[in-house]
Design a protein around this ligand. Structure first.
Ligand code: PLP
Length: 432
């Protein structure tokens, strides 16, 4: 069995269909289907209003803008982010302040969060990495005690719950990404969930006057990127071709192999797609200031029904099978929060290794047929592009450096998952 590092939740047929629809300008408007998708999310998260737009980074930008903050007000956040989150914050004259990460929940460490609060702190952005959720009410209480707005980034946690309440229904607003490979996804996209009428009116007005419809070129680039990924990771192409290319790269050209997941960027970089994510301090590119369209909404609705109604339960079941079949030696490296199977949506299943063993483990899994990787998101607190916000966060650095995501896809069955667990166990047992 050969398994790729990621899975797209949109079929190749659907992507090719979307490519031609974009080419011929079909459904490239903000109409009924966008409304239907927005209503779907409003109902699911019990929120008054959902706004869809181009990306999650733009969603963050407009939510922050609606809070009417002052220059140099501080936004406390996890350091594992996409670079344009830092740019969205700094473009608005606000200051990102990075908070240490808790190893168990992969979310904000509560004691460091309390320590970092100053009289300038106005926002806490809680990101629920890999779909694992902390006790969100604890973060919410800290925010309430200090008069701070809580924004939740639920891009990786669609369907996750904290004590029977959906992640994304705690803060003043929740934001999400519909970018390639997310549980709810499309040919790009993002959204805001929010209740406060004044903020709703502000965002409505701003979006209306500042966003336009996307260019065909922008959508075609996202779509063709996904078509390439879909082909490269499809069952037979991956098993007989892509896997062997990756295998050879990983053995003979390790730097090139690592660059697939962590590309390097020049300062003069020009984005090939809006998802390039260059590590650059910059103004958010004009290309992302666009509306979500009916074409994208139709696909997003499909992924919602497939992956929230069906896929969620299947991933939770497979996560249980995977964890319960790991031996005790392996379980030491898995956060215990994983065992709250009904609370986590299992976008990914993380394992946090000890220093210096990650390359060996990744190599071992590649030999077994599993192409696994760690975070695509960057440790922004440690990047020279963001030197003015630099922070030395020991735990976040360790988690970022030492995490890999074990194969867990809802198209696998239970016996395949048991085999994955048994293969992993060999690495951690004396048998090796
Ligand atoms: C947690 C999280 N937040 C935000 C983003 C960025 O979303 P977008 O590319 O839609 O701006 C991602 C994308 O991978 C993500 O994983």
């Amino acid at each position: 069995m050969k398994l790729p590092r990621t899975k797209l939740y949109i079929s190749l047929f659907e992507l090719v269909k979307a490519y031609f629809k974009i080419l011929f300008g079909i459904d490239l408007k903000k109409g009924d289907k966008v409304k239907k998708f927005e209503n779907l999310l409003e109902n699911y998260w019990s929120r008054k209003k959902c706004f869809t737009l181009s990306t999650c980074r733009l969603a963050l930008y407009y939510v922050l803008k609606s809070l009417k903050l002052s220059k140099d007000d501080e936004v406390l956040l996890s350091p594992i982010q996409i670079p344009d989150f830092i740019n969205a914050i700094s473009n608005l004259g606000l200051k990102p302040v990075f908070v240490e990460i808790d190893k168990e929940t992969k979310c904000l460490n509560i004691s460091d969060l309390k320590k970092k609060i100053s009289n300038k702190t106005k926002v806490v952005l809680a990101t629920y990495l890999t779909g694992i959720v902390p006790d969100i009410s604890q973060i919410k209480s800290v925010c309430e005690e200090n008069n701070i707005f809580l924004i939740e980034d639920i891009s990786q946690s669609y369907g996750s719950e904290s004590y029977n309440k959906k992640a994304g229904s705690f803060g003043v607003a929740a934001i999400g990404s519909l970018s390639p490979a997310k549980i709810i996804s499309s040919v790009g996209g993002g959204f805001i969930l929010i209740d406060d009428v004044e903020k709703i009116n502000f965002i409505e007005k701003a979006i209306k006057s500042e966003l336009s419809l996307p260019s065909k070129k922008t959508l075609l680039r996202i779509c063709s990127f996904q078509i390439k990924v879909s082909i490269a990771t499809s069952k037979y192409i991956f098993s007989f071709f892509t896997y062997y290319i990756f295998f050879i790269l990983s053995k003979l050209f390790k730097n090139k192999f690592n660059e697939l997941h962590h590309p390097t960027f020049k300062y003069s970089h020009k984005d090939k797609t809006i998802y390039d994510n260059p590590l650059i301090l910059r103004k958010l590119p004009n290309e992302i200031f666009f509306h979500f369209t009916d074409l994208q909404a139709k696909i997003a609705i499909k992924t919602f029904y497939q992956n929230i109604n069906f896929g969620l339960k299947k991933r939770q079941l497979l996560a249980k099978v995977l964890y319960e079949n790991l031996n005790d030696e392996t379980k030491k490296f898995i956060p215990k929060t994983i065992t709250k199977y009904n609370e986590n949506c299992f976008w990914h299943f993380p394992i946090i290794l000890e220093n210096n063993s990650i390359d060996k483990f990744q190599d071992f899994l590649m030999n077994k047929g599993y192409d696994v990787v760690g975070y695509g998101l960057k440790l922004c607190s440690d990047e020279s592009a963001f030197a003015s916000y630099k922070s030395n966060l020991v735990s976040a650095d360790k988690i970022h450096k030492n995490t890999l995501f074990l194969p867990l896809f809802d198209n696998l069955n239970e016996s395949q998952t048991v085999k994955i667990a048994n293969d992993i166990n060999i690495f951690f047992s004396d048998k090796r």
